[in-house]
Design a protein around this ligand. Structure first.
Ligand code: NI
Length: 179
């Protein structure tokens, strides 16, 4: 496991359309996934996408087996490795909530997302994943999959009055680490 550098907004590699993974269960893919899990855990991230460490592949990870100290009120999302994902809306309902991103440290913004989705894809072994999700779980999946199409959450903000520094917006929470 290697701690990988997380690219920050402004780096052109965050704007690419990521390539699909063609072959599963390879040493290369397992190393990538373990580096991503280690890197995400080291900064208490809610999720991480391969483009955020400069890897141009459709690989995202999210979730944890316990409460995330950065999002203590958020429900637990199962730890998931999701490759070549496809998101389908279950209906048109949206909801807005605060998001942060490890590639946009120190900031939070109010982002509208689909409330209920189905997502499909594969894990690192090539086993299919097919789930429905709503609320925070659906939000995390949409945020991470956006990284695969070169989209960072500030690009989704509609009301820039609800975008600012975490330490100012939420003075009570520990914003000393990366967002
Ligand atoms: Ni992000």
């Amino acid at each position: 496991m290697t701690l990988r550098e997380i690219l920050k907004m402004g780096d052109a590699r965050l704007l690419r359309i990521a390539q699909p993974v063609a072959v599963f269960d390879t040493d290369e893919l397992h190393v990538l996934v373990s580096d991503m899990l280690y890197t995400m855990q080291s900064v208490n991230g809610a999720g991480l996408a391969a483009p955020q460490i400069g890897v141009d592949l459709q690989v995202v990870i999210f979730g944890s087996d316990q409460i995330n100290p950065r999002y203590p009120e958020a429900p637990v999302v199962p730890r998931t490795v999701l490759i070549n994902p496809v998101i389908t809306p279950l209906d048109a309902a949206e909801e807005s909530d605060w998001e942060g991103c490890l590639s946009v440290p120190g900031l939070r913004g109010m982002v509208p997302r689909l409330r209920r989705i189905r997502y499909t894809g594969f894990d690192q072994y090539g086993d299919p994943i097919d789930r429905t999700a709503e609320g925070f779980h659906a939000r995390v999946v949409q945020h991470e999959c956006d990284h695969l199409i070169g989209t960072l959450y500030p690009m989704r903000i509609r009301d820039f009055r609800q975008f600012g520094y975490t330490e100012v917006l939420f003075p009570g929470i520990d914003a000393s680490a990366d967002d």
